[in-house]
Write a protein that binds this ligand. Structure first.
Ligand SMILES: [Zn+2]
Length: 115
């Protein structure tokens, strides 16, 4: 049984709106804090759980998340470092965090063009 532990779903304990509200182009965007079990935070930090869709993986740092295609090996560590708040052991995610991760390839392509 213990070798199946990696399959355990990674589910936030709670999701809370952050006090600060960012207004972008007249739209109020709220950020969220995702509170996870310490163990689940570690699974994200060590590349076993996708930061975009929270899908668990059997092996750390897959090239891509098999569910949402996030390039975990390439991108996850820097985003984890940006969004994880070690004081509160929470992950702060902007409302558009999924879109932000989605847009990585597109932004990279544009940067390439500019060079
Ligand atoms: Zn994913």
């Amino acid at each position: 049984m213990s070798d199946e532990r990696w399959r355990r779903p990674c589910v936030p304990l709670r999701v809370e709106p952050v006090d600060t509200v960012v207004v972008v182009a007249g739209r109020a965007l709220r950020d969220y804090r995702f509170v996870f079990r310490r163990e689940d935070i570690e699974r994200m930090r060590s590349g076993y759980v996708c930061l975009r869709c929270f899908e668990p993986h059997e092996h750390a740092w897959p090239e891509q998340c098999h569910l949402c295609r996030l390039k975990m090996r390439q991108d996850q560590a820097q985003f984890f470092a940006r969004w994880f708040d070690p004081n509160e052991e929470i992950i702060r995610l902007g409302r558009d965090w999924r879109a932000e991760l989605d847009g990585l390839d597109e932004r990279r392509a544009k940067e390439e063009e500019r060079r």
